[in-house]
Design a protein around this ligand. Structure first.
Ligand SMILES: [Zn+2]
Length: 312
């Protein structure tokens, strides 16, 4: 049994003492020490490996951060460039719109000078029957193109251009009105033009071809009801008013043209059966006498009893 003992000898200044340890414990001790040593070695190596990995990740992180910052800078400068270009485009757009407005499309292919037919005080309309007057009121533009409007914001006439200091014609009457106000045809006719778009500043626009050389224009509309080729009756809704095209606020721009020449619509607005004769005095750019005679003759011929009427 003695051989299974380990003898530890401890020596100090007072002398030596010996301690016996069982050899089983000795073995366990040796294994424990070896295990601890290998554990320490493993930890030390692992930590070293982790540390180098962390360092690598940190380096990657740094380079990614730098790349991100570079991209951010590039993005900012690109955004600046985009903003600059957008401004440039808007500027060019303004200029184009302005030029289009100056050109005044869409107009008839030729612009005709208004002709002053002079005072037509010798107009013979006393012999006009009620039905003949009604014919006038049906086929020649008269009355208002809308029932509800705030006010007339601009009349027909020459204006001094605020920037160019050049005279330009405001060729119609502007009715300031809420977007979506119904717009009516002011006489029977056929729709010659009905198109959405900028239309040279007129915006969404309807143009009606009436009888005897008259045309009416309805501009800056919101929604069109009619299309090119539609026959319309006086008082029929053709569109809803808007603020499209070159417009500074919601309004209807209403024009009357006679043989392509601009006519002041003012006298036509309040023209009706009761005020029938007034327009012949006020509006001198229409050959009323000739028109009256033509219509009178035409209607007199229609009133002749025909074979068709005789059967009824
Ligand atoms: Zn106008």
């Amino acid at each position: 049994m003695f051989g299974n003992h380990l003898v530890l000898v401890v020596t100090d200044s007072k002398g030596s003492r010996s301690i016996r340890v069982r050899s089983v414990f000795r073995r366990i001790f040796v294994y424990l020490v070896l295990f601890l040593l290998s554990l320490i070695v493993f930890f030390v190596m692992s930590i070293g490996a982790f540390r180098s990995e962390i360092e690598m990740i940190e380096r990657d992180n740094m380079s990614l951060k730098k790349a991100y910052e570079k991209l951010l800078q590039k993005n900012t400068s690109l955004n600046d460039k985009i903003n600059q270009r957008t401004e440039e485009i808007a500027l060019v757009g303004d200029r184009v719109e302005y030029l289009e407005g100056m050109v005044g499309v869409p107009s008839d292919s030729e612009e005709y000078e208004r002709v002053d037919y002079g005072l037509q005080d010798r107009i013979d309309n006393a012999s006009l029957a009620g039905v003949q007057k009604a014919f006038f009121m049906r086929f020649i533009p008269n009355g208002y193109p809308m029932d509800y409007y705030r006010r007339i914001s601009d009349f027909f006439g020459y204006r001094m251009h605020p920037i160019l200091h050049r005279r330009h014609l405001h060729a119609g009457i502007d009715f300031s009105a809420e977007i979506g106000t119904p717009v009516y045809a002011t006489a029977d006719g056929v729709v010659e033009f009905a198109r959405s778009g900028f239309n040279g500043g007129y915006g969404h626009m309807v143009k009606i071809d009436h009888s005897f050389g008259f045309k009416t224009y309805y501009a800056h509309l919101d929604r069109l009801i009619v299309k090119r080729g539609d026959f319309v009756k006086k008082g029929q809704i053709i569109a809803y008013s808007g603020n499209s095209g070159k417009s500074t606020g919601p309004h209807l721009h209403y024009e009357i043209r006679f043989l392509g020449a601009y006519i002041d619509p003012k006298n036509f607005l309040n023209w009706n059966m009761r005020t029938f004769d007034l327009i012949f005095e006020k509006e001198k750019n229409i050959p009323w006498q000739s028109l009256l005679e033509t219509i009178k003759t035409m209607m007199d011929q229609m009133e002749q009893p025909s074979s068709l009427e005789a059967h009824e």
